[in-house]
Design a protein around this ligand. Structure first.
Ligand SMILES: [Zn+2]
Length: 370
């Protein structure tokens, strides 16, 4: 249970087609190569895989205005369905203080959130100042605050932002690039289920690198397209959802992306057999069937039973769990300027040999073609 609603509520209502939206041409988010290998086409958008670094992206790319419009529509629908529970169509739920569901009285704290925060605290020597971009309505931040972190979030979804503020959380409304956050001022940055939502993940990661203090820790939780179920299901995999997910990583491309943004990956791991619970329904019926409690229990059981196997495979560079987790720090030796050209980023991306993968050697630019 992730406890958040980052927003794929039956993507059909907002079902996009490339013709309906303002779009831009898109290349590989890591190396900008526009010629990926075509994986599949949906709604007039193409899913392409970079031959150099394995990154998968959606082309063409929706403009920021289009993305904003999609999130506005989700707001309207959510407000309508939340009506009875204090949300109301026009205002946030008045629920000041820690949510009793997540952090009240020290009980029932989401164990996943606690595990993430504990792992970061262990890497830093204790809690500190934490930023969660895309914090939605602040469930995770509420737990972080309860566990002693000085926690802040950002959010572009206006309704979620208002709900998080109503809980007394420090929230910054808007995109990272528009916000005036102080450089090198955070000990930890947490990206949970956010990276896949970003049309330009490299640019965002470079912004985050600037906000992180030297030696600070970046934590990422993201769907793994290279997972067992991701490989088996391809376009029908639960995390392949448009217009919500634009960037898809695996055990090879995530370290490459982080290196290109000036991070050094300390640890990479994969977890869970299924991405959320939609995978079995994707196999049987197509997509979108709501998961039941039985399925939830089965998934949890399968996740636990397979954890040792996934750990073993992780150690051999085969990341087959449905989600990838990465812990990374700013790379002191990184030459890139942050807004600099792809040369610096790509050169950094080639220095990822610490992570053995099943990838073929991609280091030779094959100069023979002259
Ligand atoms: Zn690429």
């Amino acid at each position: 249970m992730t406890g958040r609603m980052t927003g794929h509520p039956g993507a059909s209502t907002t079902a996009a087609s490339a013709a309906d939206w303002e779009t831009l041409p898109a290349g590989c988010p890591i190396c900008a190569d526009p010629h990926g290998r075509l994986l599949w086409t949906r709604h007039g958008f193409r899913w392409l895989r970079c031959q150099r670094d394995g990154m998968v992206w959606v082309s063409p790319q929706l403009t920021e205005a289009s993305v904003d419009e999609i999130y506005r529509r989700v707001d309207a629908r959510k407000a309508a369905t939340l009506g009875g529970r204090g949300g109301g169509p026009s205002g946030p739920a008045p629920s000041p203080g820690p949510s009793p569901k997540t952090a009240g009285g020290g009980e029932r704290i989401n164990p996943r959130y606690r595990a993430i925060l504990d792992s970061i605290a262990a890497g830093l020597g204790g809690p500190g100042r934490l930023l969660e971009p895309g914090a939605f309505d602040g469930d995770f931040l509420t737990v972080a605050r309860f566990l002693g972190w000085e926690a802040e979030g950002t959010e572009i979804n206006a309704a979620a932002l208002a709900r998080a503020r109503a809980r007394g959380l420090t929230m910054h409304g808007g995109r990272l690039a528009e916000l005036d956050l102080a450089p090198a001022s955070y000990d930890a940055i947490v990206l949970r289920d956010i990276l896949e939502h970003l049309p330009d993940p490299l640019a965002e990661l470079r912004l985050l690198r600037r906000l992180l203090r030297p030696g600070g820790l970046l934590y990422i939780w993201v769907p793994n397209l290279g997972s067992l179920t991701g490989r088996l299901l391809g376009a029908r995999w639960g995390a392949v959802v448009f217009p919500w997910h634009f960037s898809y990583v695996d055990g090879r491309s995530l370290p490459a992306l982080l290196a290109a943004a000036g991070f050094r990956v300390e640890r990479l791991a994969s977890a869970n057999l299924l991405w959320r619970l939609s995978d079995p329904w994707a196999i049987l019926h197509g997509r979108g069937a709501p998961p039941g409690p039985v399925a939830r229990r089965l998934n949890r059981w399968a996740g636990r039973a397979l954890a040792p196997l996934f750990r073993l495979l992780d150690a051999r560079g085969r990341y087959l769990g449905a989600q990838l987790e990465a812990w990374a720090r700013p790379d002191d030796g990184w030459e890139g300027s942050g807004d600099g050209g792809l040369d610096g980023g790509w050169a950094a991306a080639l220095r990822i040999d610490a992570f053995p993968t099943d990838a073929r050697d991609n280091s030779s630019p094959s100069a023979t073609a002259t």
